[in-house]
Design a binder for this molecule. Structure first.
Ligand SMILES: [Zn+2]
Ligand SMILES: [Zn+2]
Length: 454
């Protein structure tokens, strides 16, 4: 049985590796969560023997809040601290300039890197650490995303977004006193990212029923605890109490750990992430500023929940194979739509990256039957999903954006996100189920109409 507890401030997992048959890895990572624990950073790092020469990477916003204190703590403990302070007037972009600054501040003596910050700072540092073949550690300053333990760094090169392979930290320290003071919007983003796990979990279970996709009960348990912990702490998160923020960052970390266990993001990201990515890519292509990742995932989650409701309301005994056949696309037709909806460059990458996503009519018929025959089981196993209305109420209580208008996403982008985000990855989702039944357009329209009415 999976056990999660604390020893002092260290988050300790036992029995992470289950016998589900999937390939598992034990995360080699120390996580500390506590209030006012920055003075202990030197002790935590010392336990890992990372060396005494550290390159501390931070920016001008985080430096006065946490970076300076970390620098002092390490210097007092006898560390040689080289400081890479990324100074920007606006937001720090994780781009080639920032990477260059970090690389040029690194010396021959640098033994490990330490990021003090959240998203972009940790992504830049994890990439440089990976390329330089050095270990790294993180002092996290905001509960804004589940990527602290990620092995992929989303970076920007010119106007292009790249996901580069990278490495996860050996030590992650989350000081709740600092996290509780993070801008409220960052907490909302973290919350949205955790709520997305409802859909990720549902789609994964759906995939296991329709396609016998392998599923890991430990990962399911971890994301369930992540979501429950956040829901339990809603008031605390809203008031930015230490306890509330603890529930949130724990959720984000538990979710992140699943990626380390099975080596991919199946447990934490499905169509809600696909929609968020779609909106982001289309905004960038149009030269507009996209919403932050977590906020977009949070909004995508609401629409996916509503879509699931309409899916469950279907009379499965009345599904018709003829209708499914009529809406089924040839390989060429499907590719033409992807190129149109994603643009030529991204579209081609998607087609190349997901070669098994086009399915034959025989396979579609098999899936059609699997969905129709198992619809009671599907409903039963996915009964944990909250209703969209329940979630909207929670978001509203939070003051969180919940509809596309809140993120400046047009109705057209909403439609395309609902109908085509499923093609972004080969991952199985309820949107693919609807497509295989020949009812995708219908359900997308129903979902659109529902939100138009409120
Ligand atoms: Zn995410
Ligand atoms: Zn497992």
């Amino acid at each position: 049985m999976l056990k999660i507890g604390y020893q002092e401030h260290q988050l300790v997992f036992s029995n992470l590796l289950c016998d589900c048959g999937m390939k598992h890895a034990e995360p080699d990572l120390d996580v500390y969560i506590g209030s006012g624990i920055i003075p202990r950073v030197a002790t935590y790092l010392g336990k890992r023997d990372l060396g005494k020469n550290v390159l501390l990477v931070t920016d001008n916003v985080v430096y006065p809040i946490a970076g300076k204190q970390v620098q002092q703590v390490l210097t007092d403990a006898g560390y040689q601290v080289e400081l890479c302070l990324l100074e920007r007037e606006g937001e720090l972009i994780p781009d080639e300039t920032a990477l260059g600054e970090i690389l040029l501040t690194m010396t021959n003596e640098t033994e490990f890197l330490l990021a003090v910050g959240s998203g972009s700072l940790t992504d830049l540092t994890r990439y440089v650490a990976h390329v330089a073949g050095k270990p790294f550690a993180v002092v996290g300053t905001a509960p804004s995303m589940d990527g602290y333990t990620s092995v992929v760094a989303p970076l920007t090169f010119g106007n292009l977004k790249l996901n580069k392979p990278a490495t996860y930290p050996k030590v992650l320290v989350c000081d709740l006193k600092i996290m509780a003071k993070a801008p409220y919007k960052m907490l909302l983003a973290g919350f949205g990212d955790v709520m997305g796990k409802y859909i990720a979990k549902a789609d994964w279970i759906l995939g296991s029923i329709v396609n016998q996709e392998p599923i890991c009960p430990t990962c399911i348990e971890l994301i369930t605890r992540a979501v429950d912990g956040c829901i339990r702490n809603i008031d605390g998160i809203k008031q930015q109490t230490v306890e509330g923020v603890k529930g949130l960052i724990e959720g984000l970390i538990l979710a992140g750990v699943t990626i380390l266990i099975i080596g991919n993001t199946r447990p934490v990201a499905s169509n809600e992430h696909g929609m968020a990515h779609y909106w982001e890519m289309m905004k960038l292509l149009a030269g507009e500023e996209p919403a932050s990742h977590g906020l977009a995932v949070g909004v995508g989650t609401i629409y996916a929940l509503k879509f699931y409701e309409f899916f469950f309301q279907q009379d499965f005994t009345k599904q018709s194979l003829d209708k499914a056949k009529a809406s089924s696309l040839s390989k060429e037709e499907r590719e033409a739509i992807i190129l149109e909806k994603y643009g030529a460059k991204i579209g081609r990458a998607i087609i190349k990256g997901n070669p098994d996503d086009f399915i034959s009519w025989e396979e579609q018929q098999r899936r059609f039957q699997a969905i129709v025959n198992n619809h009671e089981l599907i409903k039963e196993r996915l009964a944990f999903l909250p209703s969209a209305d329940q979630m909207i109420e929670i978001y509203q209580k939070f003051g969180a954006p919940w509809k596309v208008q809140d993120l400046d996403i047009s109705q057209e982008l909403l439609y395309d996100g609902l109908a085509y985000a499923k093609d972004y990855r080969s991952r199985y989702t309820v949107f693919k189920s609807a497509n295989e039944l020949g009812i995708l357009e219908e359900l997308v329209q129903q979902t659109m109409d529902f939100f138009k009415g409120i």
